[in-house]
Design a protein around this ligand. Sequence first.
Ligand code: COA
Length: 383
Amino acid sequence: MSATTTDKYPNYSPGLEGVPAGISSISEIDSDRSSLQYRGYDVHDLAEQGSYEETAFLLIHGHLPTAAELADFNRLLGAEREVPEAVYTALAAMPKHTHPMDMIRTAYSILAPFDPDYTAPSTDHAANLRKAERIIAKGGTMVANGHRIRQGLAPLKPNPSHTTAQNLLYLMRGEEPDAKTLQVLDASLTLYAEHGFNASTFACRVTVSTLSDLYSGVVTGIGTLRGPLHGGANEEAIRMILEIGEPENAQAWIDDALATKKKIMGFGHREYKKGDSRAFYMSKVAKELGIEKGVTKYGQIADILEKTMAERKNIFPNVDFPASYAYYLLGLPIDLYTPIFVASRVAGYCAHAIEQLDHNRLIRPKQIYEGQENLAYVPVAER
Ligand SMILES: CC(C)(COP(=O)(O)OP(=O)(O)OC[C@H]1O[C@@H](n2cnc3c(N)ncnc32)[C@H](O)[C@@H]1OP(=O)(O)O)[C@@H](O)C(=O)NCCC(=O)NCCS
C-alpha cells in the first residue's frame, strides 16, 4: 500500500488484505504454522489417508462420514454424474478456441434449470444440500466431456461406480486410469477443495448473499477463479517450467526473471507468508510421481526455483506450483488444470454458499469516492 493511501484512508486496506469479511466454520488457514484444516481436520491427513469424496462430504455436511454414510454418498454421486444432453449441445456450439474454463462456467449455467430443486427458495437448506451433491457429482463429467467435445469426440457415459477422480480420467481418455494416477489426482482434488475467503469463494458468497441461488454462486466463483493470480496460476506455472525446459537452465532463468521483476507463477500467497501448507504435501506427491515415471527434471527445476525464491525473496511456492508439474506428468492437457481445480473447488463453493444462506446478511461494503462532485449539467448540444 502506498504511504499516501494509508495516510489518507487509515481504515482502508487495498484488496481487503487482512480485513475480516465474515465468520465461517468451514476451514482455517493458520499462516504462522502454514497449516490448513477443513472443519478441524488437517488437509494432509485427508489427502494422504482419505479421499476427495470424504472431503466433499465433510465440507458440505460438516462432519466426516461414517462408512455407511460414505457408501451412500458415493452411490448418490455415481447416480448423479450424468448431465442433460442440452449441456453438451451448448458446449458443442461454443467456438473451437473457447477456453475450457469458459466451457465449465457455461456448463453450470445451462445445468441450473435442470436441477429438480431449481424452484426451491435459495434459503432451503435441505434443497441446497441436494443441489450441492449434484453440483459436485457433475463437475468432472462436464470438464471431461467438454474436453471430448472440443476435440470433435462424442461425450462418454459416466460409470456410476467411479470416484470423482476416476470419472474425470475415464471420460477424458476413454480408458481406466492406473492406480498411481488416481492417487495423485485424488490427493490434488482434496487439496484444492476449499480455502477460506479466497477471491472466488468470497465472490460466490457475495452472489448468494443477495439470496441468489447456489448455481449462480458457483458460476460467479468459476469466473473469478479463472484469472492467473488465482486458479489460473497452475497453467501459467507449467508453461514457465516448460519454458525453462532443463534443470541446467533453471538458475539463469530465475536470476533473469528476478532481475527483470517478473512474477513467478505458482509462488506467493496472500495468506501464507511462510509457505502454503498444501504445497508441502503436493510437492512430495509430485516428486514421488516424477521418480516413479523416471522424469525427475521438473522436480529438479522446482528445487532450484524454490531455493532461489526463498533465499532472495522469502517467497514460497503455493499449491499450484507442484500441482502443475504433477498434472503434466500425469499427461493432463494444460488448459484443463484450472477446470479440474473447479471440479474439486465446487465442494468449497457450495459449503460456503450454504453457510452464507443459513445466516444471511447482504454483503455490501462501502467505497471511498474520489471522483468529481456537484458539476453543472450541460446539455449535449452545448458541450
Ligand atoms: C498470490 C499473490 C497474488 C498474492 O499477492 P499479495 O498478497 O497481493 O502480495 P503482493 O503481490 O503484494 O506481493 C508482495 C511482494 O512480493 C512479491 N511477490 C509476490 N508474489 C510474487 C511472485 N510470485 N513472484 C515474484 N514476486 C512476488 C511482489 O512483487 C511484492 O513485492 P514488492 O513489495 O517488492 O512489490 C501473488 O503472490 C502472486 O501474484 N503470485 C503469483 C500468482 C499465483 O501463483 N497465484 C496463485 C495463488 S494460490
